[in-house]
Design a protein around this ligand. Sequence first.
Ligand SMILES: Cc1cc2nc3c(=O)[nH]c(=O)nc-3n(C[C@H](O)[C@H](O)[C@H](O)COP(=O)(O)OP(=O)(O)OC[C@H]3O[C@@H](n4cnc5c(N)ncnc54)[C@H](O)[C@@H]3O)c2cc1C
Length: 474
Amino acid sequence: MAKSYDAVVIGAGPNGLAAAIVLAQAGRSVLVREANDAVGGSCRSAELTLPGFIHDICSTVQALAVASPFLRSLPLAEHGLELVFPKAPYAHPLDDGTAAVAYRSLEETAATLGRDGEAWKQLYGPLVRDWEKLVPELLGPFNPFPKHPLAMARFGLMALRSARGLAHTWFDGDPAKALFAGVAAHSILPLDSMATSAFGLVLGTSAHAAGWPVAKGGSQKLADALASLLRSLGGDIELNARVESLDELPPAKAILCDVTARQLLKLAGSRLPEGYRKHLQAFRYGPGVHKVDWALSEPIPWKAAACRDAGTLHLGGTFDELAASEQAPWEQRYAEKPYVLLVQYPFDASRAPAGKQTAWAYCHVPHGGDLDVTDRIEQQVERFAPGFKDTIVARHVMGPAAMERHNANLIGGDITGGANMLSQIFTRPAPRMNPYKTPVKGLYLCSASTPPGGGVHGMSGYHAAKTALREVLR
Ligand SMILES: Cc1cc2nc3c(=O)[nH]c(=O)nc-3n(C[C@H](O)[C@H](O)[C@H](O)COP(=O)(O)OP(=O)(O)OC[C@H]3O[C@@H](n4cnc5c(N)ncnc54)[C@H](O)[C@@H]3O)c2cc1C
C-alpha cells in the first residue's frame, strides 16, 4: 500500500519547496513530487555551453529571495547557500557612453543621474526607510487592513501609476527616466499600463535596501539548499515523477500544487466547480522570453566603465525606446531593438574557468513566439559594449517553446506564472478571499499564479501552506 502523507506538493520550484518546508517545520509529513530530474523549477543551473561554465537556466538575480520574510528566516547557509553581491544591483548604459547606475547607496546612485539625482533620492528614500514595513504586505495577498497603513498608502498612491506617468512627473532627464523604465519593465507589461510603476518601485527599492545578489556557483545552490533543509526536516522528494492527475497521488489530507492556473485545470479536472474552472480558463498568460546564455573569453567590454560594477544591465536606450519595445510583444510583434535584460557575473568567479565569464540575457517576445531573435539581443549588447561579439566562445539559446519543455510552468515562455496586469496581480488565479484556496477542500495552489506572482521568494508557497495548516492540517 502507498505510504500516506499529511500533504503532497506537486512541483519542486521555489514555491513548492517553500510550502513543503512550512509544513515540515510544523511537524507534518510531506512528499514533493517533481516532474524533472532535479529540484528548483525555474531556479536551476547547468553547464549549458561548455564544461566548467555554469549557467542559470532561468532565474538568477535573488533580489526577492533576500527580500522574502520566509526565505530570510531559513538557515540556508547551513545547507550550502552563499550569496554574492555585485557592487551595483543594476545599470543602464546610454548611447553617449555614460550610464545611469543604481548602487546600494542612494547618494552614489544620485551622482550618476545629474539634475535628477535629488528626485531619485526623494522618490526612493522614504520607500527604503519603510522597506521592512512594506515587504510583508508586498509579498503577500491583498490585505485591506495593512499593519502599516500610512506606509502602504504612500506606496500605493505612486504604485498605481503607469511607469511612464511616474517617470515623466519625477524626472527631467533621459538617464533617470531610462533607469526607472529598465526596472519597471520587469513587469513585462506595456509601460503605459496602470501600476507598472509598482514594479519599478518594489524592485528599485529592494536594490537599495537589500541588494540584488546571486547564489554563488549558480541558482541551483538555492534550490538545493531548500531541498536539503526540507529533507533534514523529514520531507521526502521524488524526482522524475510528473503528476498527470490528482488521482494518482498517495493518500493525503492536503495537496498543494506548484503549477500554473491552466495546469491546475488539467490536474484537478472535474473536481473543480464550474465557476472556478471558468476563472482558470480565463486566466491570462503574458509574453514569452527569448533567452541566450554565453560563455565569454573575458568580461563584457562596456563603453561606460561603471557598467562593470553592475550585476544586471538594462539595455535599450531611452524610456521611449524601452516603452516601444515592451509594447511590441503585446501586439504579437518582435521589437527590432528589444529591451534586453542582461546579467553578468564578474563578481562570482565560481561560475567559469579562471579569467573566463558567463552572461545571460533575454528579451520579451510574443507569447509562444518562435522567431529566433538572438542577433537582435547580441546587437543591443554590442551597441553599448563594442567588441562584445568577439568575446563569445559559445552560446545556448532558448525560446518560449524550449522554456516550456524545460519547465511545464513556463507556458508560452511566460516566466511569471501569468500576466502581471493589475486585474490579475492580486486576484490570481481567481477573485477569492484567499487566493491559495481552491473550492475543493484540501486542494491548494501555491505557485507564481498566486500572489505575489513571479519571482524566487517562496511566499506563495508559504501562504498556501499556512492556509492548509489552518484548514485541514490542524
Ligand atoms: C528565464 C527566467 C528568468 C527569471 N529570472 C528571475 C530572476 O532573476 N529573479 C527572480 O526572482 N525570478 C526570476 N524568474 C521567475 C522565477 O524563476 C519564477 O517566478 C519562480 O521560479 C516561480 O516559482 P514556482 O515555485 O512558482 O514555480 P517554478 O519555479 O516554475 O517550479 C514549478 C515546478 O513544478 C514542476 N511541475 C510542473 N508541473 C508538474 C507536474 N504535473 N508534476 C510534477 N511537477 C510539476 C516543474 O517541473 C517545476 O519544477 C525567472 C524565470 C525565468 C523563466
